[in-house]
Design a protein around this ligand. Structure first.
Ligand SMILES: C[S@@+](CC[C@H](N)C(=O)[O-])C[C@H]1O[C@@H](n2cnc3c(N)ncnc32)[C@H](O)[C@@H]1O
Length: 211
């Protein structure tokens, strides 16, 4: 089964950006995020360069990271949806670079310039080959020992959006995600699968290091 085009995915998030932003206001306080962001700040404490969120959505992850864990760190936010980009810019202010782009092509970011790449709940919009393209690009922009943080939906087959959308997005098994990450320049340091607090699906949380 093929995932929906970038155009259809963009439209989905353009239409739902405001409600997504509101939903994330409470979601971001879940312990799982605190855990991940605390560890990320510790791991990159000796590494210069930006934290890049390659699908920043409403900007909550970057904002929380900046506010609670690493206020001096430069941040870059990228998203396919201009509306999500506008919401993130409002939250993060002028000192953060936020722009509309595709996570597979980070042309404006120099090679080996960044400390970490995070990608939360967006890889389900890509087919495996394209996930490989994105991971290679993230590897390019990271410094040696740069950190990778991924969260993605676990399982197989399409995600059921019910009446909300007919966009086709895919879940991936732990093995598929592991293979893709390891094939494209990263060593996996931690991988856990947890049931989501709200939705009847499991999420894979993966932390890796650029090799
Ligand atoms: C479910 S939201 C997750 C947002 C944010 N990472 C979070 O966890 O709150 C998925 C986001 O991925 C973005 N997205 C989907 N495909 C993308 C692509 N190819 N490049 C960049 N962003 C993409 C969407 O526009 C949307 O904002």
């Amino acid at each position: 089964m093929k995932t929906s085009s970038a155009e259809d995915v963009r439209k989905l998030y353009e239409d739902s950006a405001d409600s997504y932003d509101k939903m994330m206001d409470s979601e971001i306080n879940l312990p799982v995020y605190e855990d991940i962001l605390t560890r990320l700040a510790e791991k990159i404490s000796g590494l210069q360069g930006a934290v890049i969120d390659t699908s920043c959505g409403s900007g909550h992850m970057l904002y929380q990271y900046h506010k609670r864990y690493d206020p001096m760190r430069p941040l870059i936010g990228i998203d396919l949806s201009p509306k999500m980009v506008a919401i993130s810019r409002k939250k993060l202010g002028k000192n953060t670079k936020i722009f509309a782009a595709d996570m597979r092509e980070l042309d404006d970011i120099p090679a080996e310039s960044s400390a970490a790449v995070i990608s939360f709940f967006a890889l389900h919009h890509l087919e495996p080959k394209e996930i490989g393209v994105a991971l290679k690009e993230w590897c390019r922009v990271l410094r040696p020992k740069g950190q990778l943080n991924i969260a993605t939906w676990e399982g197989s087959g399409p995600i059921d959006y019910g009446d909300e959308s007919d966009v086709v997005a895919l879940r991936y098994s732990q093995q598929e995600v592991t293979e893709l990450v390891e094939k494209n320049g990263f060593k996996i340091d931690r991988l856990v699968v947890k049931p989501d607090a709200e939705i009847p699906m499991n999420a894979i949380y993966l932390e890796g290091t650029k090799q």
